[in-house]
Every structure is written in C-alpha cells, then in structure tokens.
Design a protein around this ligand. Structure first.
Ligand code: NAI
Ligand code: UGA
Length: 428
C-alpha cells in the first residue's frame, strides 16, 4: 500500500487527495489553512465541486484520507504531491512563493520522499531550478516528477478519472513508473518526457485553448461587421475534425483561475527569455477587449450609462462552479460602476465571501436582479437563467428592455417576440 502526501487542499489538491484515497491509497493532505482543515475533517468541502463532498466523506470514513497542518506528518512517505497555488503577480509573472515555502518545509522537516510530484502549474524551467536548489544533495535521493493537471472546475472528478492523457516529466524511469502506478483504474495514454517539456505541455495546452476562444471572438466581431452570425459559423467550422468543435463559443471571453494567469505567465516568461510571443499577446488583448465591447454594446443602446439600472445574471467565471476568480462578470460590473450605472446582480452559486466590497446590489434571485432594470447582462450561462420565465422578467424591467446575451445562450427570436431588444456577441 502506497502512502501519499498531497500538499494543498485547493481544487487540484483536494480532488487528487480524495480520488487517490478512493483508489485505496493512504493519503495525508497537508493544508496550511486551519479553518479549511476544520471543515474538511467534518466532511465539508470549502468550495463547490460536483461529487467531491461524497468522495471526501467516503475517504474520511475509510480512514484512508487524513488532513493535517503539520509537515512532520509526511515523514517516511514515498510520494509527496505538490498542489499549492501559483497565482499571477501584477506584471504577469507567476508568484512562486507557495512553491518555495513547500520546498523549504520539505528540507526543514527532512522529509526525503522517494518522489516529489509537481502538480501545480509552474513556469517551464522551474523544476530544473528546484532540483538544483533543494534536491541536489548527495544524501537526498528524491526524484522530481512533473505531472501537470488538466482538470476543469465543475467536471474535476470526471476529468481525474477520464483524462485525455497523463503527462509525466522526469529523469528516472523508476520514479516515472511509481507515479504512473498512482493512476490505477485510469485508462489514458501516459506520455513521458523531460521535466521542462512536461511543464511546457501545460502552458501550451492552456494557451492554445485560450487562443481558440480569442480567435472565435475575433471572428464573431467580424461577423457583426459583415452581417453574419457566429453561432452557425462556429458550429460549421468546428465540424472540421482538424479544428474540433470545443472552445469555439464566442462571448465575453475566458475567465477563471487559470487561463488568464497562465497566458500572462507564458507571455512574461517569453519576454524574459528574449522572445516576443505576439500571438499570445493578441490573445490576451482580445480577451480584455471582449469585456469592454460588452459595455460598448450597452452604451450603443442606452446612451450614457450614468444613472441607468443594469442587472447582471451570473458572477462565476462559468457555470457549475462557485469560483469568481477573474470572472468576466465582475470585470464588466467594475466598468458599469465606473460609468455611473446602478448595478444589481444575482448568481445561484458564487462564493460571495470572496467578493471584495463592491458597490452593487447582490440579489436573492434573478427576478429581483431584473426589477426596474433598463438592461440585463447574461454573464454566466447557468441553466437556471436559460430556463427563466423571460415573459415575467420582461414585465419586471423598464424600457428599452435590453438584454445583452454575453454567452449567446438565449433564443434571439423568442426574446424579440417577448418584447426584448436582444443583443448577442457576434450576432446579426
Ligand atoms: N483550479 C483548477 O482548476 C486547476 C488548477 N491547476 C493548478 O494547480 C495549482 C493549484 O490550483 P488550485 O487548487 O486552484 O489552488 P488553490 O489556491 O485553490 O489551492 C491551493 C491550496 O494550497 C494551500 N497552500 C498554500 N501553500 C501551502 C503550504 N505551504 N502548505 C500547505 N498548504 C498550502 C492553500 O491554502 C490552498 O488551500 C495551481 O498551480 C493551478 O494553476 C491546474 C489545473 C486545474
Ligand atoms: O489549468 C487549469 O486550471 C484548467 O483551465 C481550464 O479549465 P477551467 O478554467 O476550469 O474552465 P474552462 O471550462 O476551460 O473555461 C475557462 C473559461 O473559458 C470560457 N470559455 C470556454 C469555452 C469556450 O468555447 N468559450 C469560452 O469563453 C469559459 O466561459 C471560462 O470563462 C482548462 O479547460 C483545464 O484543462 C485546465 O486544467
């Protein structure tokens, strides 16, 4: 029986810890935040993720899953998996302080696992530096393996069990085999390579997906100018299997804890290495512009936004998560407030405890967010919004009954019949 330590009980660490415990490994999850541990040991997850609560409870009941704040509890364990945060700094550089703290703790507590598995997304080249700085000591026989994570929030458990591929980067075949053996029950191709290449796979994947989104948003913007509609265009383009139909939904652009920070992080690294990654810079710029474009569309219909009442439906960066990190909705709300609009908003699941104080009115349901509004912005395509009684919503609003469908999720024709002035993204 392998005993594994997972460092960090965030989205990635907690999913890994619960799924590994389900695979019958003994797992200890080290988390620095005592409040989080207090919740976790009671079987309560600190964020929303479909199916995770059940896995946590099963892990605790089996006694194969434990939580601790103390690194000393990892002593003697074969595998130590790092899943701490790597957020963005203002200039786009990756903040590696959580990673360095873990490396210092491994040294301080003299943990010496057989393998250190890096699951956090770290800039290509960092693993080699960490090896030299923290593991190059004749007594320390710890092998370093990069194992980037590709899960999506909202589908994290499914993505853990059914990944498109498992990427392992390292120098020692035995260490790679040991890490591969953690993914029992998972039938996915395992691709092995050196550490820096594995780190690059993660950034290249996220940057490519972000590129698809910005590309289709640019085609959408052009559609508006020539009188085409992005929905059938994207659908037919995506039917070419060489292109693929995913990540071609035009709208307010990408948000979340990863695409924005990883695209900025890769751009920063490129500049640092003397390469100007023009394509990536354009991807980031287009994404920022999509939010501004949404505000311009409101101005085109309402004139000045000063004193106008605008409702925003959805605060999370996408449906099926409570995560509001770098959410397009929040960025748009900031612009609206700057323009002097009065903003109401509603989201069925957003983790509002993470909201910095903002001068808008958070409502208890969509109907009260719409009440008295000149315009509504659909910012997150929660099914609850798509299935709203839009006739009743229209009665709550006031002229010009504008609806800005930031996710192209509503039926434009139906909305017009109900008396809305419908505006989409990349639509006729
Ligand atoms: N959120 C996601 O969907 C995905 C995230 N990633 C990457 O995985 C990494 C983790 O991401 P998240 O789980 O979203 O981060 P998170 O910020 O939700 O969780 C990180 C956790 O680590 C804990 N932590 C930080 N330093 C610690 C230390 N020294 N000792 C013990 N605990 C410590 C924090 O308190 C926090 O609970 C990042 O590099 C991210 O880019 C990769 C794929 C998907
Ligand atoms: O590195 C990460 O953290 C993760 O980042 C993304 O996962 P996630 O951020 O959970 O969400 P996605 O479903 O990829 O959506 C990201 C953003 O793009 C937007 N999006 C997505 C698809 C699309 O066609 N159009 C579009 O605007 C979504 O609304 C959302 O704001 C990747 O999909 C994961 O593979 C990766 O592991």
């Amino acid at each position: 029986m392998k005993r594994i330590a997972v460092i960090g009980a965030g989205y990635v660490g907690l999913v890994a810890a619960c799924c590994l415990a389900k695979s019958k490994f003994e797992v200890i999850c080290i988390e620095r935040d005592q409040d989080k541990i207090n919740q976790l040991v009671k079987g309560i997850i600190p964020f929303y993720e479909e199916g995770l609560q059940e896995l946590l409870v099963a892990g605790l009941e089996s006694e194969r899953l434990k939580f601790s704040q103390n690194f000393a509890d990892c002593k003697g364990l074969e595998v130590l998996m790092v899943a701490v945060g790597t957020p963005s700094q203002v200039d786009g550089r990756v903040d590696l302080s959580q990673i360095y703290q873990v490396m210092r703790d491994i040294k301080h507590y003299d943990l010496r696992p057989k393998v250190l598995v890096m699951k956090s997304t770290v800039p290509p080249g960092l693993g080699e530096q960490l090896k030299k700085r923290f593991l190059a000591n004749s007594e320390c026989e710890t092998a370093y393996v990069s194992n980037p994570e590709f899960l999506r929030e909202g589908q994290a458990i499914k993505d853990w069990y059914f990944p498109d591929r498992i990427v392992l980067g390292g120098d020692f075949p035995k260490a790679l085999e040991l890490v591969e053996s953690l993914f029992i029950n998972i039938s996915a191709p395992v691709v092995k390579m050196d550490v820096t290449s594995a780190e690059m796979v993660k950034y290249a994947s996220n940057a490519f997906l972000a590129t698809k989104i910005s590309f289709i948003n640019e085609i959408g913007n052009l559609c508006e100018l020539v009188g085409a509609d992005i929905t059938p265009v994207a659908q037919a383009v995506g039917m070419d299997r060489r292109i693929g139909d995913q990540f071609l939904k035009a709208g307010l652009g990408y948000g979340g804890s990863c695409f924005p920070k990883d695209t900025r992080g890769l751009d920063f690294l490129s500049t640092l290495k003397g390469h100007t990654f023009n394509l990536l810079k354009a991807v980031i710029e287009v994404n920022t512009r999509q939010r501004i474009l949404a505000v311009r569309k409101l101005c085109n219909s309402l004139g000045s936004l000063h004193g106008k009442k605008i409702g925003v439906l959805g605060l999370t960066f996408k449906p099926d998560t409570d995560d509001i990190r770098e959410s397009p909705a929040l960025e748009i709300i900031k612009f609206l407030l700057d323009e002097g609009a009065q903003v109401t908003a509603y989201d069925p699941m957003a983790n509002i405890s993470k909201l910095n104080s903002m001068d808008f009115n958070l409502c208890l349901n969509a109907m009260s967010a719409a009440s008295g509004c000149h315009a509504l912005v659909l910012a997150t395509e929660w099914p609850e919004f798509i299935n709203l009684d839009w006739g009743a919503v229209q009665k709550e609003m006031r002229e010009p009954f504008l609806i800005l469908d930031g996710r192209n999720s509503l039926n434009a024709q139906n909305m017009s019949v109900l008396g809305f002035q419908y505006v989409g993204m990349g639509k006729l």
